[in-house]
Write a protein that binds this ligand. Structure first.
Ligand code: ADP
Ligand code: MG
Length: 521
């Protein structure tokens, strides 16, 4: 899971994770008819590989370490289509959103500036897949009709500062301008060469003599050399901005800039980038820029400058979560291509869909589950994926999530969690805050970490509770006031192993004496 730093979502994950898995498997008709299953599988790499293996000279052939594994692939036909990097050509249940985007962006194909668009929706609701689909269509249509319209996609989780966004845009258009100029020069050189042997060819051209052409070639070369690639760091931001500005305005075109995960950019570097991009059109002479922002966070515009907010949100499109039936459709389309025939029992897809529907209707989770279930079945060396593989896959993915959350906890939270684990391992159930704090303090002293106040440690415990790592219930102790009873909500051994892989905590060789001391006090 990549969204662990989005607190609102992690809380939800936790809720749905806790919700008892009383999954509804009632077989409502998902309406997938055979007509929808037109997707054709790509070339079968497995078979190609197998052919090669068999054609090898048997004398020099391997001892067969991999042969059995390779031939024993009864489950997957083409696993790639279940990976997040695969862009499906058909996106069921997103027709409305895709049409809305297209209706707004078609303006670009008429040479006008489309309204800016803001797209909202939780992770796994198909925003990126839909945006990429629309952008491919837009670019190919623009080539078909020879209208200058370009889409530039930027993932702001990776490109997360104003400098980097502007530099990436600048370099993209600089490269493009250079390529166009190089082509023009090539044509002129060709004309020049022909004109040298036969001056008549100039009759149809705008040139009257060979030196005329040479002068033009020279001026194009100067123009090409005037573009300076932007380095990935080091320039003042306004220089990067003007490089981009000049490069994009170099010729007539409409440019759609897709800023995916735009909330991450704003969170990390504020809204300057958006402010600068959104006011460009008033100064551009040849080109026009329109912005499509995509956000997982429904409230991120609260942090924007009001001018940016109103400009960016000219059009808004919402991607609602998928329900279990929709997820089932999506999975069925992919499974047709991904799995061998008869490799799935009937309840596999409905169960994946049901689990993922609990996880705020996340199609990514649904696909992960299906892929992981297939891999687990493969490991079991059976040729069918069964319901139980899906349940194991759910557990595995959940555990991977926990490991990731624990691994990326701040040091102090790790120490607090370690204290709770040590107490539980000692057989203490319903640890109270005071007990946890005492062990925490000793651990801090042992590894020379700052000791926080008990108040702060209580806060950290609440955070661990929100992340779903511990469960901390407030209980009343009558006239002694209130305390928290803490218990671990995650598998203890795996969690401890992750904590001990932290270089500082790993230094504590034998922690049991700290806990023992508690009983001696
Ligand atoms: P988001 O950007 O909203 O987080 P993505 O577009 O990355 O979500 O979708 C997550 C995964 O689910 C991707 O692998 C994508 O191909 C798949 N997916 C999402 N919606 C659909 C759909 N309607 N049909 C087919 N696949 C989908
Ligand atoms: Mg996305």
């Amino acid at each position: 899971m990549t969204d662990t730093n989005d607190s609102s979502e992690s809380t939800e994950d936790v809720d749905s994770q806790r919700a008892d898995t009383g999954v509804d498997l009632t077989d409502t008709d998902s309406g997938s008819d055979e007509d929808d299953r037109r997707s054709t599988p790509g070339p079968d790499l497995d078979e190609v590989l197998l052919d090669d293996v068999e054609s090898d000279n048997p004398d020099e052939a391997s001892q067969g370490l991999f042969d059995d594994l390779l031939s024993g692939q009864p489950i997957f036909e083409n696993k790639e289509v279940l990976r997040p990097s695969y862009t499906p050509r058909k996106l069921p249940h997103r027709e409305e959103q895709i049409n809305n985007m297209a209706t707004i962006l078609v303006t670009a194909l008429r040479g006008d500036t489309p309204s800016n668009i803001l797209i909202y929706g939780k992770t796994g609701t198909g925003k990126t897949a839909s945006a990429k689909f629309v952008s491919d269509e837009l670019e190919s249509t623009s080539q078909k009709y020879e209208v200058p319209c370009e889409v530039e996609y930027i993932n702001c989780e990776v490109t997360d500062t104003q400098y980097r966004v502007l530099a990436q845009l600048a370099n993209k258009f600089i490269d493009e301008n250079e390529a166009v100029i190089a082509e023009e020069i090539e044509e002129l050189e060709d004309l020049r060469d022909r004109a040298r042997t036969d001056p008549d060819v100039l009759a149809d051209s705008e040139f009257t003599s060979v030196p005329d052409i040479e002068a033009e070639i020279e001026s194009l070369e100067d123009e090409r050399d005037s573009f300076d690639d932007v380095p990935m760091t080091g320039w003042p931001t306004d220089r990067v901005y003007s490089s981009f500005f000049d490069a994009v305005d170099h010729r007539e075109r409409v440019v759609v800039i897709m800023l995916d995960e735009i909330d991450k950019l704003v969170e990390k570097s504020g809204d300057d980038t958006l402010y600068n991009l959104s006011r460009m059109n008033s100064e551009l002479e040849n080109s026009r820029v329109s912005i499509m922002g995509i956000s997982n966070d429904l409230k991120f515009t609260d942090f924007l400058d009001p001018r940016v907010k109103s400009s960016l949100g000219e059009e808004e499109i919402v991607f609602p979560p998928y329900d279990a039936n929709q997820l089932r459709d999506i999975l069925e389309h992919r499974a047709d291509v991904a799995f061998k025939e008869e490799a799935l029992t009937d309840d596999v897809i409905p169960l994946c869909a049901a689990f993922a529907a609990q996880e705020h209707g996340d199609a990514r989770r649904a696909l992960d589950l299906l892929r992981t279930a297939g891999e687990l079945a493969e490991r079991d060396q059976t040729d069918v994926v069964e319901e139980d593989h899906v349940r194991q896959a759910q557990e595995k993915i959940e555990l991977d999530r926990v490991v990731e959350v624990v691994r990326t906890l701040p040091q102090q939270s790790k120490i607090v969690l370690f204290a709770i684990i040590l107490l539980e391992k000692q057989g203490v159930h319903n640890v109270n805050t005071g007990e946890a704090f005492n062990i925490y303090k000793r651990l801090c002293e042992e590894i020379d970490a700052d000791v926080l106040t008990q108040r702060r440690v209580t806060d950290l415990i609440s955070e661990l509770d929100m992340l779903g790592i511990v469960n901390a219930a407030v209980v009343s102790k009558g006239r002694y006031g209130r305390t928290k009873e803490i218990s671990l909500s995650v598998p203890i051994d795996e969690t401890e192993a992750v904590l001990l892989s932290d270089s500082r905590l790993g230094d504590i060789e034998d922690a049991q004496p700290f806990v023992q001391a508690r009983f001696d006090n």
